[in-house]
Design a protein around this ligand. Sequence first.
Ligand code: BDP
Length: 721
Amino acid sequence: MPHIKKIFFRFIVLFFFVCCPLFAQKDYKLWLQYEKKTDSPIISDYLSNIKGIIALENTATSKIAQNELQIALNAMLGSQFQVTVKPEGNHKIILGSKLVLTPEIQKAIGSDFERINEEGYIIKSVSIKNNKHIVITGKKDIGVLYGVYSFLRLVQMNKSIKNLHLIDAPKTNIRILNHWDNLDRTVERGYAGFSLWNWQKLPDFIDPRYIDYARANASIGINGTVLTNVNANALILTPQYLEKVEALANVFRPYGIKVYLTARFSAPIEIGGLKTADPKDLDVMNWWKNKAKEIYKRIPDFGGFLVKANSEGQPGPQNYGRDHVDGANMLADAVAPFGGVIMWRAFVYSEHDANDRAKQAYAEFVPYDGKFRDNVIVQVKNGAIDFQPREPFHPIFGAMPKTPLMIEFQITQEYLGFSTHLVFLPKLFQEVLESDTFQKEKGTTVAKIIDGSLSNSKLTGIAGVSNIGNDVNWTGHPFAQANWYGFGRQAWNPDLDAEVIADEWLRCTFSNDEKFIKPVAAMMIKSREAVVNYMTPLGLHHIMDTGHHYGPGPWVSDLSRPEWNPVYYHKADKNGIGFDRSKTGTNATAQYAPEVEKLFDNLETCPENYLLWFHHVSWDYKLKNGQTLWNSLAFKYQEGVDQVKEMQDTWNKTGKYVDKERFKEVQMLLDIQYKEAKWWRDACLLYFQQYSGKELPVGVENASHSLDYFKSLKFPFAPGN
Ligand code: BDP
């Protein structure tokens, strides 16, 4: 017996050391799994006809493209693909940007080049002197790299690669991750470990992970990264740190990724020894000009600055009686000679302003329309409050036609269950991007405003607050990788459907088996509505516990700033619940175009999704389903819980399509999500019941604990705070 035990023990140890790193690697490899093709003989047959890769160009970026193609094809086909430079023979994949193509290939590509921009690509099956090839090209080498990733996606997804003719180009210029990473490597609202940037070991130690980060981003078209938190530390602008930033920029450059930093407005005082940071002060202006010069000397393609000013205690121009235009334009002038950009955030609200918080950013920024320099883009959150599970689109979209606007989404799940809950965010992003602002006419969607198609703006962009940390799987939850992936794909094409994204991601990350794809894609698509249902149904918002935002806290009412308290947002009382933002209330609806205003302002026409966002509604008010508001609210909370149960059931059936590690990991996380969905339902319904005074309708489960119990839960060490 002891002998058997020993063998068993040895087996376990061996299993752990040999197998675990391999399994872990799957998680690490994201959507670039390049699994051996055993599931599509047609594809592998066709690919095995291909005799090699011809590389016409030798820049750092083209070498990455060649390498990626070679590694991926060899991994998927198990054969040796060689890269050669000689354009001869049959059945080759030819890589090269426009200028290096032979005249015959140029001719075969023809006018396609007119349909792409500098970052676009063309993938075309061509026949030259009776030799058949696949050409992957673009105007520049970065286009070729994007083309290679797109081609590999087709192969990964078992899509036909016969007779290819694909032309694609990004619709926005700045497709950027905002890392809220601090210099001590903690990450504000980060739930996937510590920051990737190891400042202490930089610049000499280049963690291979920086390269994998760049690879992953390039594969989905992300071309910018803000390395530091919007709540900025001026030290990042000192030579000691700029040297480290330069090292990262050098790694990212060949992947087409520009580095940006957050600029602390008071930096001239903190690290420059000046007495003021007044944007109209000559010394201050010169300080920033010199700082820009110093940065660009090190990093010639430095992207520019992201600035959070006069918001939540951050310093800004208003400290000196100046305004956002003065601040942004001063910085814009400093980086303009080098082609830099200022991304100036519109996330502002003030404790000194008694107005509805949802109205404040619009009130402050809209009068500045047309007053910013050409290299300033105003970065606006998707909604007027703060990255809630559901918000109507921010009214600034549609109200600043003369100013380039970029949208800011939050990929990290600050208000959506951290990295524990499975929530597929492209569905949320799509809802916002498709919203009709009526700025000019019907059909003026948020997407059209930010992709510049409406204004012909040259400066366009999408930012996503990153969910990446140094966890082995990058994002904490294996399915949170889909949110990084989806963000990149939607930044490239804001009109891309979330269902297409889910399908792509699942095939590249897990399996092409339809029996897996269909139910799991459906689960992902529904997951966003589930979180809205069990957290903030019918337009409720910001009722998370305060500070860390983990779990429910609708009862919180004792914080110094009124708009930090959940009671400010739900306004539940004996008469009903909801924030009256119609003309009988704060009139926030008037910030939208008349068509939208009319829709939201009228209780009868207001989409029920946004009901309690815009209206204070009596508990007995009848919804379209014929049920009272109270009953409907209770049913929604229950539905959210039931939806998570369904997600569990779906996932439990996927064991045979997924490696054990990820299967188990997701299973455990869904168990927590289910537990927490019930926590949300119980705590919120018990709390609101005090005001409605009504029984729970039949079909809604009773709470597992008392309201006092839920109120007593405290989480002093919740992550990300
Ligand atoms: C809020 C976060 C806070 C950020 C702020 C911002 O709670 O940590 O600093 O947004 O976007 O959602 O500046």
